[in-house]
Design a protein around this ligand. Structure first.
Ligand SMILES: [Zn+2]
Ligand SMILES: [Zn+2]
Length: 270
């Protein structure tokens, strides 16, 4: 398990540093709220999430995969597939699960309350990719563990998926300018920063599109793909119609956003 943490933490640090440097050298958009009010909170919520998971969850998805492998549990074990085939299928099953879970987090009002904190960031950059409410992280972990056990997904596929998901979340939230040709080639397979930025638009029909995190195919397949924001990448507004007060970027506010409606917190003064 220590090796798992080491692999995941080093991959995270490497990708984060590289993408943050790219953002500084070649930014895609001018930030509106900037880094100063956002980075401490967005990095702070990552620390909260890691601590909550460490304290409350006895084993992560990789632990569930080890457990399933030891007992021969799950559909992929029962099918008796070669490890390489089972790992590839397992990876695809996990990616489709994360896509479907993301759609559900948008459609079910109680879950949207948790997930909308991710969308309430007033800019989108590398740290937005880390900004998830701890309750959403716990639910997501529970779903992943259930899928890993049900399918008996191989340990190598689960570990690879966790590392890749972490890296692509940082990558596709990055505020980086990328040659249009490179964006086009990557979009044959992957979700790119320009594609995921559409998902952070203030316009609801754009928010409710491009749910994928790794592979672009699920959005294509299920008709939720949107190539670009209507207002253009430079002019589009990032965030939600609610929680636009810069005070809402504070860490304590992020944690309480699911349980508040802005009208109740900031009553109209006459
Ligand atoms: Zn979303
Ligand atoms: Zn996002």
């Amino acid at each position: 398990m220590d090796i798992e943490i080491l692999i995941r933490a080093s991959a995270f640090a490497l990708v984060f540093a590289a993408m943050a440097a790219w953002e500084i050298v070649a930014p895609r958009r001018k930030l509106t709220a900037g880094r100063k009010p956002r980075w401490p909170s967005n990095l702070g919520i990552l620390v909260v999430d890691v601590l909550v998971v460490r304290v409350l969850v006895p084993t992560a998805a990789v632990g569930a995969a080890l457990f399933a492998a030891g007992r021969g549990w799950g559909l992929l074990h029962l099918a008796g597939l070669r490890l390489s085939v089972a790992a590839l299928l397992g990876f695809l099953v996990l990616d489709l699960t994360i896509y479907a879970q993301h759609v559900v987090f948008h459609k079910v009002p109680a879950l949207w309350r948790l997930h909308r904190m991710h969308h309430a960031d007033l800019d989108i950059d590398v740290t937005t990719g880390l900004r998830f409410h701890p309750f959403e992280i716990l639910i997501s972990l529970g779903v992943k563990v259930a899928i890993v056990l049900a399918f008996g997904i191989p340990v190598v596929a689960v570990l690879l998926f966790e590392v890749v998901l972490n890296a692509t979340s940082i990558f596709n939230h990055a505020n980086v300018a990328m040659p249009a040709a490179l964006d086009r080639v990557l979009r044959l397979v992957l979700v790119t920063p320009d594609m995921h930025r559409v998902h952070h638009s203030i316009v609801r029909r754009e928010t409710d599109s491009n749910y994928g995190f790794n592979l672009l195919w699920w959005d294509r397949l299920f008709g939720t793909y949107r190539a670009a924001p209507q207002a253009g990448h430079e002019r589009m507004t990032i965030g939600l119609p609610i929680f636009r007060d810069p005070k809402e970027l504070r860490l304590d506010r992020l944690l309480t956003q699911p349980f508040r409606d802005p009208g109740a917190v900031e009553p109209e003064r006459t």
